[in-house]
Write a protein of this length. Structure first.
Length: 64
């Protein structure tokens, strides 16, 4: 069986699920949790993965 590889791009999104704030990375979120001036807690952590797949066209082997 031949496996077709489709080019794709993955982007990690680190977000505060309560406030909706998007962080540059997990370290930035952790810094917000450690900041006593904010009410952000570890429970506010949300991590999403956005996958973008390249457009693919196939050529049929069927002859008309």
């Amino acid at each position: 069986m031949n496996v077709i590889k489709i080019p794709a791009k993955a982007v990690e999104i680190v977000k505060n699920k309560r406030t909706g704030e998007v962080y540059a990375d997990k370290a930035a979120f952790d810094a917000d949790v450690a900041n006593p001036a904010t009410d952000t807690t570890a429970d506010d952590f949300q991590q999403d993965l956005q996958i973008t797949v390249a457009s693919v066209t196939t050529k049929s082997d069927t002859k008309l």
